[in-house]
Design a binder for this molecule. Sequence first.
Ligand code: CUA
Length: 334
Amino acid sequence: MRHFIIVGILVIVAASLTYMGLDALNLMPVAASAQAGPIDWMWNWQVVAMSFLFALIVVPLLYSLAAFRRKKGDTADAEHIVGNTKLEIGWTIAPLFIVMVFAYMGAYSLAETRRVDPQAMIVNVNASQWAWSFEYPDYGFVSTELRLPKDKQVLLRMQSKDVIHSFWVPEFRVKQDIVPGRVTELRITPTLDGAYKVRCAEICGTSHAYMESPALVLSQGDFMAWATEQQGIAAAAQTPEGKGALLVKSSGCLGCHSIDGSKLVGPTWLGLFGSQVPLSDGTTVTADEAYLAESILNPSAKIVAGFETQAMPAFATLTEEEIANILAYLKTLK
Ligand code: CUA
């Protein structure tokens, strides 16, 4: 009986010390969402259970090694024991009870993390090898950064273009796979302003480790300011000059033509439209729509004085509409 009391006390002490040690390690990053609450609560009880089980095994083991070691000159066999029904019933029922308690806690936590707010803001998440993009359908823009307003639930509707990815922001705790051909959902209610990171938690190819995007939690006001700004940028990209600006970037024009007056391989575009352009044959031409369109489709037709040695490739695959968009953009460069 004396041994049981000593071991019992030692188990409690060792379990407490183990728990305090694990707790002091601060294994979890800061909690930044409402969903983190039930998960951290559950995690804490898991650590309590782990600490206790660890102590329950290690303490009697070490105690037995010390207290029941063979005495000098003792050559007798150990006592032979065949079963103990009470003990077996006990160590079946006690774990069963603990597992059932944890099952209930797990179900409760899962329900809590999935609690639906009908007012949730929708963000469509697109995952691909190896990048994230976030579409805000309420505002009509797409961003490479996930920015969320504080204290408002967001419903992420997630799709993959290629392979399985997994959306994970450790500070939000919840994690969800994104499977091609399916839309998976995740609900997050950010509760703490800060800059976090969206990571991919499912190995998805060579750059899996670098599949990251900023995840920013902002105040409601800062979020609205950002969303309105992005909305404006998205709307501007829909105008002819906006489309033209994107097109000259994607076509590589800006590799040779500056828009700030500096001289690169080709003439600058700043102030080009409507100006008088000196040509290599000594004549001058007005940079009107006809001249500029011709210079895009057939660059060597009229060569600007000073650029005789530079050959620009013809962009003959551009459609009429695309050229009109580029011209609309060029007119804005005054
Ligand atoms: Cu996407 Cu790993």
